[in-house]
Design a protein around this ligand. Structure first.
Ligand code: HEC
Ligand code: HEC
Length: 434
């Protein structure tokens, strides 16, 4: 199903053109047979508009690439999308900062860690009830999908323009300001060629054009889903895992041990697609509060993910508090800040947190005035029941952790096989290739 929607989308892109309204139709709706009087594309995001030019996917990709790397589109004049989503770091952050700096002064810290933009190509729109069609589809997997850590942006299309405006990112403030900057770029003529000579007369149209180009660029396979990791070569039967990597994969999959694959899918899908190491589900893991974050200087502030306050449509759903979207683990070994708040800075720390969250909570959470550990200290107590307690979590303080130190080393050896071939310079810590 996911693949089918992707293909439909790709197909519609090829005949694409900018169009005013964003369709909020469910994907299924566009698959109904159209009445003969209404063309099939009517109402679709990429439907051609009479009298307007129709840029091809290749043209949009080329334009999107220029926009993605253009710092002149930010309020500070110094920041492009690539500042936080660096292609030499799998379109993730190039440094070890927990959260990246942005804004008009280029120094405003954002509220969350910048994710990698790779392997999002089959990410669906957010849904509260996800049903897999590759087995028992009566099982409701719960909140799934959507862009951002809290799933709040429904599609890449909806997402694409947000960072141009976001106060802690490119900080343009208004669509008009972003469009004015676009009109002043060296490639403004290219934008007019693709979207019409009058495109800058309507700032909203120019802004949508930029969003569309960014979206299509982010769907380019060579840049965003190359599938060139060692693990991909293993799946193709071209390489073999080392003994440590193979042990790591077994621990990653084993239900009573890492159980990682229950959320970070490691096997091919039934229809043969290579795994993305996420099911895109939103889950509460009880990540420790990151006291270094500017927003957390206010003891009353809590980033609760799906239930807000950044996301605003589920503030009345206490059962959604603390849930964040499961990230892909492809290229994860390139990261130097982990989890939505960037609280961890090495894979060793992340793995120990998984293994020892419940068996050694004092290692992760602060102590209250009474000297007792305040578990899940970034989540007000009324939401603690939302936190996942399946393996590798579980047990009580003092119990044996689900993974030993040696096993943790093996899992990390396996995670390193998920780095794409073009990223190996950064993985080796050497000078990244341009
Ligand atoms: C200052 C750093 C910064 C800049 C600049 C920036 N981003 Fe981001 N980006 C982030 C952060 C942080 C998030 C996660 C935000 C959240 O979850 O609330 C994010 C999330 C995203 C996502 C969602 C990914 C997912 O896993 O759902 C996409 C897509 C994205 N950014 C694209 C872009 C594009 C395109 C640009 C340029 C127009 C851009 N970003 C500029 C920091 C940045
Ligand atoms: C119940 C689902 C679930 C299980 C099981 C699980 N994870 Fe995760 N994983 C998540 C979610 C959700 C996040 C994001 C949590 C957050 O930011 O608050 C995450 C984040 C991560 C990250 C940080 C990635 C990044 O980009 O910041 C790593 C690394 C990771 N998991 C590895 C593992 C490993 C290894 C295992 C097995 C030992 C595992 N996970 C088991 C759901 C899961």
């Amino acid at each position: 199903m996911v693949v089918a929607i992707g293909l439909l989308l790709a197909g519609s892109l090829l005949g694409g053109c900018e169009r005013a309204a964003r369709s909020t139709e469910a994907p299924g709706a566009s698959m109904q047979a159209p009445s003969p009087a209404v063309p099939a594309y009517a109402g679709a995001i990429y439907a051609p508009a009479p009298g307007r030019p129709q840029p091809s996917a290749a043209q949009l990709t080329a334009l999107g690439r220029r926009i993605f790397f253009d710092p002149s589109l930010s309020a500070s004049g110094t920041q492009s999308c690539a500042s936080c989503h660096d292609p030499r770091h799998a379109y993730g952050p190039p440094n070890a900062l927990s959260v990246q700096l942005g804004g008009a002064d280029g120094r405003t810290p954002g509220p969350r860690a910048a994710p990698s933009l790779r392997y999002l190509q089959t990410l669906t729109a957010f849904s509260e009830h996800h049903h897999d069609n590759d087995g028992d589809d009566s099982i409701d997997a719960g909140p799934t999908g959507g862009r951002m850590w809290d799933g709040r942006a429904g599609s890449a299309h909806e997402q694409a323009g947000l960072p141009l405006l976001a106060a802690a990112e490119m900080a343009n403030g208004t669509i008009e300001e972003a469009a004015r900057k676009l009109a002043r770029t060296a490639y403004a003529g290219e934008v007019r060629g693709l979207f019409g000579e009058d495109v800058f007369a309507d700032p909203a149209a120019a802004f949508r054009a930029a969003g569309l180009a960014l979206e299509v660029f982010q769907e380019s396979p060579a840049d965003f889903y190359p599938f060139t990791s060692k693990y991909d070569a293993v799946l193709r039967g071209q390489q073999k895992l080392s003994p440590a990597e193979a042990r790591g994969l077994r621990l990653f999959n084993a239900e009573g041990k890492g159980n990682c694959a229950s959320c970070h899918i490691s096997e091919r899908t039934p229809d043969g697609a290579f795994p993305l190491f996420t099911d895109f589900g939103l889950i509460a893991l009880g990540a420790p509060r990151h006291r270094g974050l500017a927003a957390n200087a206010d003891a009353a502030f809590h980033d609760l993910g799906l239930c807000g306050p950044i996301r605003t449509d589920f503030t009345d759903r206490p059962d959604y508090c603390g849930l964040f979207r499961t990230p892909s683990l492809r290229n994860v070994a390139l990261r130097r800040a982990f989890f939505h708040n960037g609280v961890f800075h090495s894979l060793e720390e992340v793995l120990r947190f998984y293994a020892q969250r419940d068996t050694a909570p004092q290692r992760w959470y602060v102590r209250g005035a009474d000297g007792k550990t305040r578990v899940f200290d970034d989540l007000p107590p009324q939401y603690h029941a939302n936190v996942n307690i399946d393996p590798p979590f579980g047990g009580k303080p003092g119990d044996k952790p689900a993974l030993t130190e040696a096993e943790i080393r093996d899992v990390i050896a396996f995670l390193r096989t998920l780095t794409d071939a073009d990223q190996l310079p950064a993985a080796a810590g050497g000078a990244p290739k341009k």
